[in-house]
Design a protein around this ligand. Structure first.
Ligand SMILES: N[C@@H](CCC(=O)N[C@@H](CS)C(=O)NCC(=O)O)C(=O)O
Length: 234
């Protein structure tokens, strides 16, 4: 089998990978033990590079934008944009070790929307940190395209992250009978959640990550570590 190719965002961090959406695809590929190479693309080169390889653009708030992750599969010729579409493609094409256990896809899709809606209000803070790990060219591009987010208040972002995002997740996780969202069965729902914590861990400053890691008796730090283990990433 030829290795698949995952297009991810280039950063200044050691090991590079940090963006939440490409992280979801990396978790899925690794969980399924599929061989893959990563191509890191500079933030401001995403659109020209994706046009060059013939990838489809994505939709955001009604406008068209080139985003990562994009996955190329030389075994089938598929070229897929969007982390959700990539997860679905991988499960349909390589059904061993499914990340969508039979009949769960609709529910996990709702979970994805709910998690995204809760994380949204804390974006300004985390996006600022994300901009700081890009190189100078990438940083300018990133900030210009997201001006509205950076004007918001840091305290409000923390409150949204701690109380709304992780606070709601705590209520959900208290209902779980087992370790994972689907009880004893690991699924894409756990990957969605882990990928966001992975992103925060990578982009936040030490004291900020400690603040998140100590929330709810360290539950989110533990959950991330367990998901990384489950996906053969540590
Ligand atoms: N719904 C998309 C969102 C992808 C997305 O927004 N990716 C970010 C990086 S995490 C990106 O490529 N942004 C490029 C831009 O906004 O110019 C997915 O899940 O793949």
């Amino acid at each position: 089998m030829l290795p698949l190719v995952l297009y991810d965002i280039l950063t200044k961090l050691p090991g590079n990978s940090c963006s939440p959406n490409p992280a979801k695809s990396r978790f899925v590929l690794s969980y399924k033990n599929l061989p893959f190479d990563t191509v890191f693309v500079e933030y401001c080169d995403i659109a020209p590079k994706m046009k060059e390889i013939g990838a489809s653009p994505n939709k955001r708030d009604g406008s068209t934008v080139y985003t990562l992750p994009v996955l190329s599969d030389p075994n089938t010729g598929a070229l897929i944009t969007d982390s959700w579409a990539i997860a679905v493609y991988l499960d349909e094409t390589y059904p061993e070790k499914p990340v969508f256990p039979k009949g769960s896809r609709g529910l996990i899709r709702s979970f994805d929307s709910a998690v995204g809606a809760l994380l949204g209000p804390s974006f300004g803070f985390a996006l600022l940190r994300s901009s700081q790990i890009l190189n100078e060219r990438g940083q300018k591009f990133f900030i210009n395209s997201r001006e509205a987010f950076f004007g918001e208040k840091r305290d409000a972002h923390w409150e949204a992250l701690e109380q709304k995002y992780y606070g709601s997740a705590k209520l959900w996780y208290e209902e779980i009978e087992g370790e994972w969202v689907m009880g004893d069965t690991f699924s894409y729902a756990d990957i969605i959640f882990a990928a966001h914590s992975f992103w925060l861990k990578k982009v936040c400053r030490d004291d900020e990550w400690k603040r998140i890691a100590s929330l709810h008796d360290g539950r989110w730090k533990r959950l991330l570590a367990e998901a990384e283990k489950e996906c053969n990433l540590v």
